[in-house]
Every structure is written in structure tokens, then in C-alpha cells.
Design a binder for this molecule. Structure first.
Ligand code: GRF
Length: 191
């Protein structure tokens, strides 16, 4: 299964997928990494792994559908089967998503449906939650609102800071995302 990984930043989940794909028995490969930001560190992660990259800078396009159309064409060009949002900070509209029915997943650092959006770990600590986690879900036009595929719980410690909690949730993400991509790639419903 050919993956199109969409990023906007650091690329640690991308690195986790690259590591998984390095196993010859893993049922997926990364066909292209697309960033909407030219300064995303994840671009270097992809280049170091010899993966084709593309920058589709949303700020270069006026409001409307042009950005999503170019994104769509880029993914088609690389014959992508599954689109993986791994820290991609642009909300995709139905205009784009209708081209990829049940073909776009996202990793989010909370136990959805709780804590959609941004500043998740701050809000989790403020609410004195005892458990948080990471979730992979299908992407719909509603931000972080699509059907949940799987999540991993992470215990919140009394002495957690935003950083220590974020680090532990990120570790869980790095296990969950490659696992779910594997499950989808091996699923009869998908193929
Ligand atoms: C991750 O926490 C992911 O869940 C969220 O954005 C962050 C991306 O981190 N959507 P990275 O770029 O994969 O390191």
C-alpha cells in the first residue's frame, strides 16, 4: 500500500512510519511526503530516507480550492492509496476529502473525542485528567471529529509538565500510527 504522508513540522511520526516501512514484511511504503511548509523539519527526515518530497505551500494560493487541488494532484501523481496526516496543520475540506473516501487518517495526541484542536496537553493538565492518550481516526471535514479507528491510553502523572506529558503521548503515537497503517494495509475491506 502506497502512503502519502502529509506534514507541517518536526516529522517524528513520519520517522516512526519510515522505521516501520524499513521492515521488508511491513505491508506499506511511503510514496511521497508532502509538506505545506517549506521549513518543516520533516522534509529533511524524508530526504534522509530517500523519499520523494513535495512542498505545497498553502500561503501561495488564494482562498478557495487551488491548494487542495494541487495537493490532490500531487498524491495522484505518486499513486497514493492512503493519505496519512502526521502533524499536518491544515484542515482539509470536503472538496479534497470527497476524492479520498475512507482513505485519509490522522494521528491526534488525545483520547478523542475529548480534547480536539490545539493545546491539548495544557488542557488535559488543567482539567486534572488521570488518563490521556493518542488516537488515530478517519478524517472528515469536522476537525478531529471523524470515526475513531484506535487509541492508546497514557497515564497522566501527578508531576507531569506539558513537556513530559507531550513526550509520553508522542511515544504512544509512534507505536500506534505504524500499527494502524499496518492493520489498514492488511484489511480486506481496504484492498
Ligand atoms: C503529533 O503530536 C500529532 O499527533 C499532532 O501533531 C504532532 C506532530 O508531531 N497531530 P510530529 O511532526 O509527527 O513530530
Amino acid at each position: 500500500m502506497r502512503l502519502g504522508v502529509l506534514i507541517s513540522g518536526r516529522g517524528s511520526n513520519l520517522q516512526a512510519l519510515i522505521n516501520a516501512c524499513n521492515d521488508p514484511n511491513y505491508p506499506a511504503e511511503i510514496a511521497v511526503v508532502v509538506s505545506n511548509r517549506s521549513d518543516a523539519k520533516g522534509i529533511d527526515v524524508a530526504l534522509d530516507a530517500g523519499i520523494p518530497t513535495s512542498i505545497v505551500d498553502n500561503t501561495k494560493y488564494s482562498a478557495g480550492t487551488q491548494f487542495e487541488d494541487i495537493l490532490n494532484q500531487t498524491l495522484l501523481l505518486h499513486r497514493v492509496d492512503l493519505v496519512v496526516l502526521a502533524g499536518f496543520m491544515k484542515v482539509l475540506s470536503a472538496h479534497f476529502l470527497n476524492n479520498w473516501p475512507n482513505r485519509v487518517i490522522n494521528i491526534h495526541p488525545s483520547l478523542l473525542p475529548k480534547y480536539k484542536g490545539l493545546h491539548i496537553h495544557e488542557r488535559v493538565l488543567q482539567a486534572k485528567e488521570i488518563t490521556t492518550g493518542a488516537t488515530v481516526h478517519w478524517v472528515t471535514p469536522e476537525l478531529d471529529g471523524g470515526p475513531i479507528i484506535a487509541s492508546t491510553p497514557v497515564t497522566v502523572m501527578d508531576n507531569d509538565s506539558v513537556q513530559t506529558l507531550a513526550d509520553r503521548v508522542l511515544e504512544a503515537e509512534h507505536v500506534l500510527l505504524p500499527l494502524i497503517v499496518k492493520v489498514i494495509a492488511e484489511s480486506k475491506a481496504f484492498n
